[in-house]
Design a binder for this molecule. Structure first.
Ligand code: PRX
Length: 677
């Protein structure tokens, strides 16, 4: 019983009562043009037809050799899709479109400064740029299939070019979000054993040209200390031929890409036919321990899944202009700016900067200029734009037929503003629920088939069969009005293959909880634990409530509380650190940090600032804490465990419940006075 007390209240135990929102229906015009309007798709993708249903997705791609086994479960739960197939992602995203669409814009690049021109890269130009850079990677950097290379690039068109060049050779890219620190980049270089780092010298963010090259120097130094030497740093220049960063180049290690590219002018490199299950990329994400995990995504399965979902959920047609306002440094950008849209020959927008620079109308001006008609963003951006420019969308002449929200739960009020103001009441909205691990959407309405319901993602995607389990593993039926742990009953082609170099952690984190027989080779025995709590309504729509683990979703970005705590502990003065999520009107959640100092160290504002600065250096500015509270002691159980639940309640100014069983109940009142006064 004593141990039971230390278990933080799981969302699964909380019965939720919420106001069911009414349906919104897509317009007749939308349905008339939608890529998927046949409700029979749900039957075709039912469990009875699993796994063969996914042939429909695989057939959206061109294969060098067609696969012979749809799903190989022999190494459960490391599923292998389309086994025997040979494919190249770069070929599928570029070369195959040339015959009919070489003059079509593949990428519209929008620089942040207003005075700079948009750049429109056709599929032919993309082909040329990808080929020349591939030749450089192969012949100058010596990269070959299976090697890992770390990218630490901002939102420039050179980022998708770099990814596609890697994919052309079968080189596994690991893109680190540009806003992450040099330290975070170093950790990923070490974990993936990258000896090449590809970066950019500078980029614009909110009107400032940031020196990005300095992060590469930090990353290389720290990686080397941790045992991984980077022998080449390839630096794309924000302005080719012009120095934009004051950080000097390191002789013999650093090279400007545009200097080298001259030697590869006109080069063409045949795409390397890769086994379907060869890894395409790693994407690191936060988990419950301090160390981010490298989610390993496959080539064939991943590409088939993102191509299919881009076509049927994003509803992209050849004539559309599609803008996903995410960062390619996150999975959303990989799947739904780069690989999915390009695989189906879309025109995709890459915007360098922030949507509110220089004012709240910027995003809508871009939409107007490019005649964007499909728009994809996160609730945090919608909340921000709603707050600072509620009347801005109406001032611009654009029309979205389709909009997406992704990354965190959206409040029905915010959804309604998005629908009415941004979508001008005309756009169909999809609320897509998924994760870095899952490669593509898990639940969403199909826009031409299901009505929308504000605040609910919708049913499982065709071929994805979610189930809500309680803590004992019992299934909660539809309409139970109770939250539980949402799991997926079956594998799907877009799912990650493993955690890079850590299969045990993969099995433990995602499958151990509900697997009945760890020796089973049957997929039915391995429900995938998503780590989210959810409720299923009577109509089968899922409403996602948030994480059940120590992961905080800040502005739609995942941060591990343990990751932030480990960063705080880098400060010598810190004895203990505890992070809790606090509600925030724009960001959704924000981290609050509680610190206990080592004996003899005095608390001060300067020290609190130093700790917060350390977190930014260790991880990046996105991990900055709302407040650093230096407390005399942490509230603890008798077994010495920090009661984060109590701290979370104090930060959010809600009832902290019964604290009498704590080892030091008196500390709660004093922390409360400090935080709430
Ligand atoms: O908690 C869920 C939330 O974001 C988590 C995944 O974060 P990440 O791996 O960074 O991927 C974000 C982009 C896919 C999930 O576990 N989440 C994602 N989409 C939604 C969501 N929560 C509610 N509604 C969504 N549509």
């Amino acid at each position: 019983m004593a141990e039971k007390e230390v278990v933080e209240t799981s969302e699964a135990q909380i019965a939720v009562h919420w106001q069911e929102e009414g349906y919104y229906y897509p317009s007749y015009e939308f349905v008339a043009q939608a890529n998927m309007t046949d409700p029979g798709v749900y039957d075709r993708f039912s469990l009875d037809n699993f796994p063969n249903c996914f042939k429909e997705y695989a057939d959206l791609l061109d294969w060098y050799e067609y696969w012979d086994t749809m799903l190989d479960t022999s190494d459960a739960p490391c599923w292998k899709w389309f086994v025997g197939g040979k494919i190249n992602a770069s070929y599928n995203c570029v070369d195959r479109h040339l015959a009919k669409n070489k003059n079509k814009a593949a990428i519209h690049f929008v620089p942040e400064p207003l005075e700079e021109k948009y750049e429109h890269i056709t599929y032919q130009e993309l082909y040329v740029k990808v080929n020349e850079f591939t030749a450089l990677l192969r012949d100058f950097a010596g990269l070959k299939a299976g090697d890992r290379v770390t990218l630490h690039m901002p939102m420039l068109a050179e980022l998708p070019i770099t990814m596609l060049a890697c994919a052309r050779l079968g080189v596994i890219h690991s893109q680190v979000f540009g806003g992450f620190s040099g330290r975070a980049c170093a950790d990923r270089i070490v974990d993936s054993n990258s000896r090449v780092l590809i970066t950019a010298d500078a980029y614009y963010r909110s009107g400032t040209l940031l020196d990005h090259k300095q992060n590469a120097d930090i990353a290389c130094d720290l990686a080397e200390k941790d045992g991984q030497k980077v022998d080449k740093v390839l630096v794309w220049q924000r302005y080719p031929g012009k120095a934009s960063s004051p950080t000097p180049m390191v002789e013999g290690r650093d090279y400007f890409v545009n200097d080298l590219l001259k030697d590869y002018y006109g080069a063409r490199v045949d795409p390397v036919p890769m086994p379907a299950e060869a890894p395409l990329f790693l994407m690191y994400t936060s988990g419950t321990t301090g160390k981010p995990k490298g989610c390993q995504h496959s080539t064939g399965g991943y590409l088939a899944y993102v191509a299919g979902t881009s076509k049927y959920v994003q509803d992209i047609h050849p004539e559309d202009v599609y803008w996903c306002m995410a960062d390619i440094g996150w999975i959303t950008g990989h799947s739904y700016i780069v690989y999915g849209p390009l695989a189906i020959c879309a025109s995709t927008v890459v915007y360098e900067g922030v949507p509110t620079f220089p004012d709240a109308g910027r995003a809508w001006r871009i939409a107007q200029d490019l005649d964007v008609n499909i728009f994809h963003t996160a609730p945090t951006a919608i909340r921000a734009l709603r707050k600072i420019g509620p009347d801005e969308p109406a001032k611009y002449n654009y029309h979205f037929k389709h909009m997406t929200t992704v990354g965190e739960p959206i409040e029905p009020e915010v959804w309604k503003w998005y629908h009415k103001e941004v979508g001008k009441g005309e756009a169909t909205i999809v609320d897509t629920w998924w994760q870095t691990e899952t490669g593509g959407f898990l639940a969403s309405t199909l826009p031409g088939i299901n009505p929308m319901k504000p605040g609910s993602a919708g049913p499982g995607m065709p071929g994805i069969h979610p189930i809500i389990l309680d803590d004992e593993g019992e299934m909660l039926p539809q309409g139970a009005g109770k939250a539980g742990n949402i799991c997926i009953r079956n594998p799907w082609p877009g799912g990650f293959q493993t955690i890079w170099g850590d299969r045990d952690r993969f099995v433990e984190t995602y499958y151990a909880r509900y697997c009945k027989d760890p020796n089973s080779k049957k997929w039915e025995d391995w429900p995938y634990l998503t780590g989210d709590a959810a409720v299923e309504a009577e109509d089968g729509y899922f409403r996602i409530l948030g994480r059940i683990d120590d992961v905080i979703n800040v502005s739609g970005h995942r941060l591990g509380t343990k990751e932030i705590e480990s960063a705080a502990l880098v400060c010598q003065e810190v004895a203990e650190a505890a992070v809790v999520p606090v509600n925030h009107e724009i960001k959704g959640k924000e981290p609050d940090l509680y610190i206990a100092l080592k004996p003899g160290i005095e608390a001060s504002d300067e020290l609190a600032q130093k700790i917060n600065d350390t977190i930014c250096t260790e991880i990046g500015k996105i991990a900055k804490c709302r407040k650093v509270w230096i407390v005399p002691d942490m509230p603890k159980t008798r077994s010495g465990k920090i009661m984060r639940r109590v701290l979370g309640a104090i930060s959010n100014e809600i009832d902290e419940g019964d604290v009498t069983t704590l080892a030091n109940p008196e500390i709660v009142a004093s922390i409360k006075t400090m935080v709430q006064s």
